[in-house]
Design a binder for this molecule. Structure first.
Ligand code: NAP
Length: 344
């Protein structure tokens, strides 16, 4: 029987992707949609300015959107996918967990808390058991799991593939799509014919979340990976798909052929939304490209290319679809992991 799920922040850019992915999902049944007070009481069709590339599902379109409040969400819902602005997530996600709901969240609040699992299932599925520590410490019947920031998700799987060579220093420079800022995030007058070399708080997220994802969990506590990470983040006028340039210094020598093999053979998982292969490695020097490669693996694959040696270690480019692999798909995959591990 399908697990009844709800979407918090269902009308936004990530919320709409969540609806698109959850509507046909065999394990999940959408049973509640929430948004701000200004959307509450409207049908989803009225409240959401639907912009994703498939028709709005009929049954979802006629569902009434409620306020984002545990009192408004039916008790028989087991799992909530959250795509709220982080300031709102910080206020409302803990009360939902306290009320017994399991929350799989995109929002950045709490990602670095030492009892909150930050998970990319193919990279650190074992960290999900940090939920036992969380429940003991917070006394929640529910639970909170986070997926990382969209640009962190893009490069960390490639680092995980290289981890056996000893990750020492990483520099990543991003070229991020406008959808990453939400529908109202960047005005067209700012971004057309332009590039903006600043995205508030983004660099710190890449530098810290990557070390948590690749850290060690011993069953009781989690230690951050010791690698040094430096990030510079840029917004560019693509719609979807974050492209990143990465330089990695490793303890052991690493050839480009070894790196390409390690990435191409990095294992996927037996979860519905996990693509196989996880990392698609291009030989062509001008790939990956956002418009051509963001939908690989139904938008859940990472792609890499341009591997070469440099004075700063291995150099390459990588790409992921920011609202699918980087956000909605990441939360759904964490939902599948929660189900697989008996947390629902
Ligand atoms: N876009 C991406 O690529 C991406 C990637 C990774 C993570 N994220 C994170 O995912 C979250 C959502 O991002 P987004 O791009 O989808 O944002 P968005 O398009 O601005 O959507 C925000 C959603 O939150 C709701 N909301 C706003 N204020 C609220 C309030 N006071 N109470 C309850 N609900 C409220 C909105 O409802 P109304 O329609 O009623 O205003 C809408 O459903 C953010 O935390 C973002 O950082 C985004």
């Amino acid at each position: 029987m399908a697990v009844r799920v709800g979407v918090l922040g269902a009308t936004g850019a990530v919320g709409q992707r969540l609806i698109q992915l959850l509507d046909p999902h065999p394990d999940f049944e959408i049973a509640a949609l929430t948004a701000s007070e200004s959307s509450a009481g409207k049908t989803y069709r009225q409240a959401a300015k639907w912009r994703v590339d498939s028709p709005i599902p009929d049954d979802v379109a006629d569902t009434t959107v409620t306020a984002t409040d545990p009192e408004e969400v039916p008790d028989d819902i087991d799992l909530l996918f959250s795509s709220l602005p982080s300031s709102i997530g910080a206020e409302v996600e803990p009360p939902f967990c306290e009320a017994g709901y399991v929350v799989s969240s995109n929002s950045s609040n709490g990602r670095m808390d030492d009892d909150v699992p930050l998970v990319i299932p193919e990279v650190n599925a074992a960290h999900i058991d940090l939920l036992e520590v969380q429940r003991d410490r917070r006394g929640w019947d529910g639970a909170m799991v986070k997926n990382p920031n969209c640009s962190t998700i893009t490069f960390v799987p490639t680092l995980a593939a290289l981890a056996d060579y000893g990750l020492e220093k990483v520099h990543v420079s991003t070229l991020q799509a406008v959808s990453g800022a939400g529908y109202d995030g960047v005005s067209s007058m700012e971004i057309i014919d332009n590039a903006i070399p600043y995205i508030g708080s983004e660099e710190e997220k890449l530098e810290t979340e990557s070390r948590k994802l690749l850290g060690d969990f011993d069953g009781a506590s989690l230690s951050l990976n010791s690698m040094a990470v430096s990030a510079s983040c840029n917004r560019i006028p693509t719609i979807d798909g974050h492209l990143e340039n990465v330089w990695v210094e490793t303890a052991e020598d690493l050839t480009t052929d070894e790196a390409a093999a390690a990435m191409g053979e990095y294992p996927s998982l037996d979860l519905r939304s996990s693509p196989d292969p996880l990392i698609h490695v291009f030989d062509e020097p001008d790939r990956p490209q956002p418009r051509m490669d963001r939908t690989l693996g139904d938008g859940m694959a990472i792609s890499a290319g341009g591997l070469q040696e440099s004075p700063f270690g291995l150099q390459y480019n990588c790409l992921a679809h920011n609202t699918i692999r980087g956000a909605a798909g990441a939360s759904v995959l964490n939902g599948e992991l929660l189900l697989e591990n008996g947390y629902l």
